[in-house]
Design a protein around this ligand. Structure first.
Ligand SMILES: NC(=O)c1ccc[n+]([C@@H]2O[C@H](COP(=O)([O-])OP(=O)(O)OC[C@H]3O[C@@H](n4cnc5c(N)ncnc54)[C@H](O)[C@@H]3O)[C@@H](O)[C@H]2O)c1
Length: 259
């Protein structure tokens, strides 16, 4: 199915050199959007954007930098306007996952998580929304939460708190930005097999295949397809909602200790 309202739109997506972000960029480009792809890792950012730019005919540009940092955020939006003339879609996707017991979390680790996962998302949306309001053509935002922003999981409290906060950000902004025709929704991925998660845990797919009611781990494409739908005109009456894409884990999944 071809979703409507994606072609010739301009999107900004952070943390997209690999993983879920990369898959979202690829689907957007396939559907005819122009994309500015951000990653903190300069080489990864350039490599991903160049590869996709060749495949999709000059519609993907790289902008590297820390998307938790306000100067990077301002420059990222300014670069997008300079190159493509507008911004229609924003997907603050970059995030840090810190694992560890609540009792042992350091203030530095906690701050770092807040800085990227919340400060980065909040101010990127704020900066882009100002442009969207000036453009008078509305806009779409998809925030990337997590299944652990909905249901408890051991040793992820700080990360889970940031992911739950994004859901409340969308609820409030659906109200506050609604009058400008800017709509916000949230995708909450379940365990998804990416370069990082494959690295972090041997047999990640095997384990989540047992924990998820549908018997498999998520793929970046599972998440990207839902994002594409929410960005399209076909979803224009959905606003302020969180959609878990998790194989049913938040509804009826198991914990590793249940196995
Ligand atoms: N993978 C999962 O299982 C999973 C599950 C639930 C939610 N999520 C969420 O989905 C999103 C993407 O997850 P992922 O696993 O693909 O990500 P990831 O950890 O693989 O990171 C993707 C990219 O982000 C870049 N990045 C890291 N810090 C950055 C920064 N400060 N500024 C810009 N880029 C930065 C990395 O270099 C990397 O290339 C995140 O918001 C994550 O919290 C992922």
């Amino acid at each position: 199915m071809q979703y409507s309202g994606i072609k010739n739109k301009v999107a900004i997506i952070t943390g997209a050199g690999e993983g879920i972000g990369y898959a979202i960029v690829e689907l957007l480009l396939k559907a005819g959007a122009n994309v500015v792809l951000n990653d903190v890792d300069e080489e990864k950012s350039k490599r991903a954007a160049t590869k996709l730019d060749v495949l999709y005919d000059g519609s993907c540009l790289s902008f590297h930098g820390d998307s938790g940092d306000i100067t990077t955020i301002n420059n990222l939006v300014a670069f997008t306007i300079e190159q493509f003339g507008k911004v229609d879609f924003v997907i603050p996707n970059a995030a840090i996952t810190i694992f560890g017991s609540f009792l042992e979390t350091s203030t530095e680790g906690f701050q770092k998580t807040l800085q990227l996962n919340l400060h980065g998302a909040y101010f990127l949306v704020q900066r882009a929304a100002k442009e969207m309001i000036k453009q008078k053509s509305g806009g779409k935002v998809v925030l990337i939460s997590s299944q652990v922003g909905i249901r408890a999981y051991k040793n992820l409290t700080a990360y889970a708190m940031t992911k739950a906060a994004l859901r409340m950000m969308a609820v409030n902004l659906a109200y506050e930005l609604g009058e400008h025709s800017i709509n916000l929704n949230v995708v909450a991925p379940g365990a998804t097999l990416t370069e990082r998660t494959a690295d972090e845990q041997p047999d990640y797919s095997g384990m989540w295949g047992q924990l998820n009611p549908n018997g498999r781990v998520g793929t970046p494409e599972d998440i990207a397809k839902t994002c594409l739908f929410l960005l399209s005109d076909d979803a224009s009456h959905i606003n302020g909602q969180t959609i878990p894409v998790d194989g049913g884990w938040t509804t009826a999944g198991k914990y590793p200790e249940d196995l």
